[in-house]
Ligand binder design. Structure first.
Ligand SMILES: *[C@@H]1O[C@H](CO)[C@@H](O)[C@H](O)[C@H]1NC(C)=O
Ligand SMILES: *[C@@H]1O[C@H](CO)[C@@H](O)[C@H](O)[C@H]1NC(C)=O
Ligand SMILES: *[C@@H]1O[C@H](CO)[C@@H](O)[C@H](O)[C@H]1NC(C)=O
Length: 297
């Protein structure tokens, strides 16, 4: 009992000593945040994002880190220079744009408070690549082929380094909310057979990209802007035909009836008023009026 008691006392004392050291004594709230602070961070690179310039963006994993006076620095695997400092952006991100990445070997990225290193990480720039989001996503319906042609563009077609990408094309019916269907493709064109989609429905489609080569690796890009499209009402021609047929037959008969009616009236009344005494016209008019009667099955 006394041994256990002593052990507890020692543990209690130690805990107190440690907390005292990290400043619990001064101001509870403020120091609490500081002693808990976790300076772990994540970074991604975008290569040739602006001509030959690459960018590197880092941010703390914990968005509540008080980043006042904190700096980021990258060293090693740089061209003709030892280290580079990041710029701090208003949204708490740290950013560099440079053409000094060697693209071979590992670099050291550190969080610094003046000259003190709070956290460091060794990264290979070519393994943290986040491509730029694809754009110009379009869907075209092709009635003859009974399919939809999906096309988009990516700035990576114009780049020297990260050219091979895997694209994740995701689509869903708008009323289904979040039931996304995904397809992985490596080019920027895709056909969706009409039978894979509901007819007469609104769809949303979007695409994002991932580096897809042995050398460049990394993360999914942001999603492209969404494209919305509507599928046609029916997808079989057999169903379309009876409707069309009914409409055309009805209009044909109506037109025929109108012509016959007009001729009948013409003969009885109008003819006498407009051309009271022109026998030549009578023949031509009669011919005109007979024609539709022949057509009348
Ligand atoms: C962040 O830390 C600085 C000192 O490093 C301090 O002056 C500032 O008040 C702190 N901000 C918050 C929101 O805690
Ligand atoms: C893709 O976009 C680039 C501009 O970023 C343009 O030059 C190119 O013609 C576009 N390609 C297609 C197929 O639209
Ligand atoms: C697409 O590729 C990614 C990355 O390789 C993979 O995680 C995902 O499961 C694939 N999706 C499909 C639908 O194949």
């Amino acid at each position: 009992m006394t041994i256990l008691g002593k052990a507890f006392a020692i543990v209690f004392y130690l805990v107190h000593a440690v907390s005292g050291e990290s400043g619990y004594a001064q101001n509870g709230d403020l120091e609490d945040a500081e002693s808990d602070a976790d300076y772990s961070f994540s970074c991604y690179a975008q290569l040739e994002v602006d001509g030959s310039q690459h960018s590197l963006t880092c941010a703390f994993d914990d968005p509540d880190v008080n980043s006042t006076n904190l700096e980021f620095e990258i060293c090693e695997s740089l061209l003709l220079i030892d280290c580079l400092n990041f710029n701090k952006l208003p949204d708490e991100k740290y950013f560099i744009k440079t053409n000094k990445f060697l693209m071979i070997g590992k670099s050291n990225i550190c969080v610094k408070l003046r000259e003190e290193y709070l956290a460091c990480k060794r990264v290979e720039i070519v393994h943290i690549v986040k491509p730029e989001a694809p754009f110009d996503l379009k869907v075209t319906y092709r009635p003859r082929a009974n399919d939809f042609e999906v096309t988009f563009n990516t700035s990576h077609l114009q780049k020297k380094y990260v050219k091979q990408l895997m694209h994740d094309v995701a689509y869903c019916q708008e009323k289904d909310g979040n039931n996304w269907m995904h397809m992985n493709i490596t080019n920027t064109r895709l056909t969706l057979p009409q039978r894979k989609l509901q007819s007469d429905a609104m769809y949303e489609i979007k695409v994002r990209s991932l580096p897809h080569s042995d050398y460049y690796k990394g993360f999914w890009s942001e999603w492209s802007p969404s494209y919305h499209f509507k599928t046609p009402e029916t997808n079989s021609e057999e169903e379309m035909n009876p409707v069309l047929l009914t409409i055309s037959v009805t209009s044909f008969i109506s037109v025929g009836l109108l012509v016959i009616l007009a001729c009948a009236l013409w003969k009885k009344r109008i003819k006498a008023i407009v051309w009271p005494s022109l026998p030549d016209h009578k023949k031509t008019l009669e011919q005109l009026c007979k024609k539709p009667e022949k057509v009348k099955f």
